[in-house]
Ligand binder design. Structure first.
Ligand code: SAH
Ligand code: F3S
Length: 478
């Protein structure tokens, strides 16, 4: 059963679901970090809703505070610690209140969290959410509770997520969990465990149920969606041990895309995140084959230098990446790409930095997410390499990369001007109540005046007559 949302999705923001008779206890649930965490919070809300918890947006009202946390960079962890500090006075006033930490920080710090943060009563890793009802019994009895066991099978396939904080139009559908890639800078393989794929039938069911409930766009989610492989369950790494029958009937990501596109033919379909070394030509062919699969790929590269890519264990070269982009542009002429970049990784020289900039110019990304390298305890880079780029150099290079992406984005947006785009209405523009905001197939945001008869979730033809760095300005074609 789906509950109604009442708030907009925002980083670090709490969400609430509709009141229903329950156990009289109120849950305040706040999410940080990647889309996967927001999606996981919907699973947590579903599990606790079954237990009779109603959610609240007012932290003072809460009997249970849960923070779904991120460890990807040190700053993300600092934000959570600062947030926890804000709860101290509440706990004094309400000693029975339970404070729990979920997600990647819980997994990374384990019992250390209970020792370091006196305030925290409950620590639950990303694969242990089904255990929450038991763990809460422990905390109700006044004991600290922890479960950070990682699983090789858990995909929460049978749990119908409670849609939190969305717009009722776009939703995430998780297809894989964990990551086996071991990029040397990345904490995810340690906090989210081995990669496993979700049963395609449960994925299709969830997509159909979203369509039946009025949703118009889904994003298939995974740390590395291209390595999706269903052969009856179990971790990807064990595929070699599968039976001949399982191998013959296995379903890869391109095939899954095909199945989803056919099952919900009017639903817009996006996916994130792709990994260059696993993405295949077949995926681009599926985008070209189905009108309802959007012409947009988020394809993180992290660096334009082969030497750095190798130190990062990215398993592809600059040229292989550029060849993949070229293939994508050939097969889907209207395709757009976005990137993730890590700036100032260990030993990065000025020459490496210039290679990153030249790669960006070559690809002409629509958008980018650029970060200063933050060394993460326990990762291979932390163990074997020195975080030797001074903070001011990282900052300067980051500023240069961000400025370049700004130029490229503006240029790409200009390329959309003078054409008609199909825009899915996702909400009201923040700047102007009389305008809608939505996105085209390439994921570019477009704002345009509201007209009588238009509503949230409609796909409308919009003529784009102008742009800013990141937004298209248009008007409805009648
Ligand atoms: N495959 C994943 C990547 C997860 S991490 C996905 O689905 O997006 C998201 C991004 O954070 C990475 O692409 C990388 O650019 C950045 N990142 C990861 N570890 C980092 C670190 N130690 N320092 C800075 N940025 C990092
Ligand atoms: Fe991290 Fe690399 Fe996986 S960035 S999530 S280890 S693909």
């Amino acid at each position: 059963m789906q509950e109604k949302y009442i708030d907009e999705t925002k980083q670090g923001e709490a969400f609430a679901i509709a009141e229903k008779p329950g156990n009289g206890k109120k849950l305040f649930l706040e999410s940080y970090g990647c889309q996967m965490n927001f999606s996981d919070s919907e699973i947590v809300a579903s599990i606790l809703n079954e237990q009779g918890y109603n959610t609240t947006l007012k932290v003072e009202e809460a009997d249970l505070i849960l923070l779904n946390t991120c460890s990807i960079r040190e700053k993300a962890e600092q934000t959570v610690r600062m947030r926890l500090a804000q709860f101290k006075h509440l706990k004094k006033e309400k000693p029975n209140m339970t404070v729990g930490v979920l997600g990647c920080m819980a997994e990374r710090l384990k019992t250390k969290f209970l020792d370091e943060e006196q305030l925290v009563d409950l620590v639950v890793g990303p694969d242990a959410y089904r255990d929450l009802p038991n763990l809460l019994k422990e905390t109700d009895d006044g004991r600290d509770a922890i479960n950070v066991i990682l699983s090789k099978e858990e995909t929460y396939a049978d749990i119908n997520p409670v849609r939190l904080g969305g717009n009722g139009v776009t939703a995430f559908v998780t297809i894989t969990r964990g990551c086996d890639n071991m990029c040397t800078f990345c904490v995810v393989p340690f906090t989210r465990g081995r990669e496993r794929s979700r049963d395609p039938h449960s994925i299709i069911e969830e997509c159909q149920s979203l369509w039946d409930n009025g949703y118009k766009e889904i994003t298939l989610l995974g740390q590395n969606v291209d390595s999706y492989l269903w052969y009856g369950g179990g971790p990807k790494k064990d595929f070699a041990k599968a039976s001949e029958m399982q191998k013959l009937t296995a379903i890869n990501f391109a095939q899954l895309l095909d199945m989803v596109a056919v099952a919900v033919p009017k639903m817009r379909i996006r996916f994130s995140t792709s990994n260059p070394h696993e993405m295949t030509e077949q995926v681009f062919r599926m985008i070209a084959k189905h009108d309802n699969i959007c012409n947009y790929v988020h394809l993180p590269v992290q660096s334009g230098s082969d030497r750095i890519l190798q130190l990062m264990n990215r398993q592809h070269t600059r040229q292989e990446y550029l060849d993949l982009i070229k293939k994508g542009k050939e097969i889907v002429p209207d395709i757009s790409f976005s990137q993730d970049m890590i700036i100032g990784f260990c030993t990065e020289t000025e020459e490496d930095h210039q290679l990153t900039m030249s790669l960006m110019r070559e690809v002409e990304y629509d958008y980018g997410y650029m970060f200063s390298y933050s060394t993460r305890p326990g990762t291979p880079a932390h163990k074997k390499l020195e975080d030797d780029i001074p903070a001011d150099v990282k900052q300067r290079r980051l500023a240069e990369v961000i400025a370049l992406q700004g130029e490229l984005s503006r240029k790409r947006m200009q390329g959309y001007v003078g054409r008609v785009h199909e825009i899915l209405i996702e909400g009201t523009s923040k700047k102007n109540q009389n305008q809608w905001k939505g996105r085209n197939s390439q994921n570019a945001v477009c704002v345009f005046d509201k007209l009588e008869g238009q509503k949230l979730g409609d796909i409308v033809s919009v003529y784009v007559h102008g742009n800013t760095q990141g937004t298209l300005l248009g008007e409805t074609i009648l």
